[in-house]
Design a binder for this molecule. Structure first.
Ligand code: PMP
Length: 397
């Protein structure tokens, strides 16, 4: 029997699904997949409920309801001083995932090269391939995830159509600095290329630092497609409302791809997200501060147990090296062991690389209630203390 499209038929189930399944099976605390376990803002939920009964539930406009497109433009002005024409430069999508797919399908033609930076969010590569694009992968590695400038410069060429940039970056928690963005901007200008900027964690930047969109750098306004996600910004990942900001020449083909992917997004959620984007500054600052405290809590707990937590400047995630814990196999087997034996699920970092990534780091999700983070550290502590005792008695007594 003929199978499906090779891009999807040959791919396995994502590691997130596998680890979540394993976590359920073994009653493990799931610090794998990144979703908060606290409700989103009441006032935003109230608008969604109200709009369901008081507003239209028929197809909203293909580009999104005017109220949300205006709110996205106002948000761009408030946080980044970006002047955006909501009529021509904003598109509402069904999550950032759909925004990414519509952008890649709308911008990449068969044979175009696309520069991607590993570790990668998992939807990028299959959609680039589906569009007929040729991936040019450049990798960042722990412990410091430094930008490999020579490799990046070498990945750009006459056929480069797109750079996909994720900052703040999942899974590694890297927030690209102005100087790094300047380097990338130079490459984009030199090669007359466009950047697809996945900025879903824009409001999850820690230590008082702000997020800087590549679009804000000189000459980048016309070369960037900027993607945001209500799921991340309002801690409701099930909502799947995304928004794209791009100059008209780039947004037009993206909107055409969007019209054949989903066409539109539930109207009540659009009304609610419009209200959410207008929340005052304390909401956005509070979101980052709460997440930073969780990062610190888990960092301290893991460090005490002998992990090497790597600095996380943003996102829902914290990466940690486990070389000192005496596990001699790779990160996939370490995560299985952690889930089944210690009762805590995490994601192996090598899963974010197309081929053979680093094998000694795991990604933990920090966006959980403090009691859940504490319980996870306790379980790990019990497990590793027992493990150390076993090792000691095996060697000594
Ligand atoms: N990009 C990145 C880097 C992500 O981590 C995620 C969610 N995990 C998405 C995009 C998708 O966002 P959404 O749920 O809005 O589709």
């Amino acid at each position: 029997m003929r199978s499906g499209n090779a891009i999807f038929a040959s791919g396995g189930t994502t590691v997130f699904e596998v680890m979540s399944g394993l976590a359920r099976e073994h009653g493990a605390i799931n610090l794998g997949q990144g979703f908060p376990d606290e409700p989103g803002p009441d006032s935003v939920i109230a608008v969604a409920v109200m709009a369901l009964t008081e507003q239209s539930n028929q197809y909203p406009p293909m580009m999104g309801i005017p109220e949300l497109r205006q709110a996205v433009a106002a948000h761009n002005r408030r946080f980044y001083s970006l002047e955006v024409d909501w009529r021509q430069e904003v598109l509402v999508t069904s999550g950032a995932t759909e925004a990414l797919a519509a952008s890649i399908l709308g911008l990449v033609s068969p044979g175009d090269e696309v520069v991607l930076i590993e570790p990668l969010y998992d939807s990028y590569l299959p959609i680039v391939r589906l569009a007929g694009g040729i991936p040019r992968l450049v990798r960042l590695e722990p412990p410091d995830w430094r930008l490999p400038r020579a490799a990046l410069a070498g990945a750009f060429g006459p056929r480069t159509k797109l750079l996909i940039l994720n900052s703040p970056m999942n899974p590694c928690g890297k927030v690209f600095q102005r100087e790094e963005l300047g380097f990338l901007a130079g490459l984009l200008a030199r090669h007359d290329t466009v950047a697809l900027c996945d900025e879903v964690y824009e409001h999850l930047v820690f230590d008082g630092a702000g997020h800087l969109p590549l679009m804000c750098l000189p000459e980048m306004r016309e070369r960037c497609v900027r993607i945001g996600s209500a799921g991340k910004t309002f801690s409701m990942t099930g909502w799947k409302v995304g928004y794209v900001t791009a100059p008209p020449a780039l947004l037009s083909p993206i909107a055409k791809a969007h019209q054949f992917l989903v066409f539109t997004t539930p109207p009540n959620l659009q009304h609610a997200v419009a209200a959410g984007l207008a929340l005052d500054d304390t909401y956005f600052a509070g979101l980052a501060q709460r997440m930073q405290a969780k990062r610190d809590r888990l960092t301290q707990g893991l460090a005490r147990l002998g992990f090497d937590p790597r600095p996380s400047a943003g996102t829902y995630f914290l990466n940690a090296g486990f070389a000192k814990l005496g596990h001699d196999a790779d990160d996939v087997s370490f995560c299985r062991r952690l889930t089944i034996e210690a009762g805590v699920a995490a994601i192996p970092v090598s899963a974010f690389y197309a081929e053979s990534g680093p094998r000694d780091h795991v990604r933990f999700c920090i966006c959980k209630q403090d009691s859940v983070l504490d319980a996870a550290v306790e379980r790990l502590e019990r497990y590793f203390t027992r493990g150390h005792r076993l090792t000691a008695s095996a060697g000594g007594d």
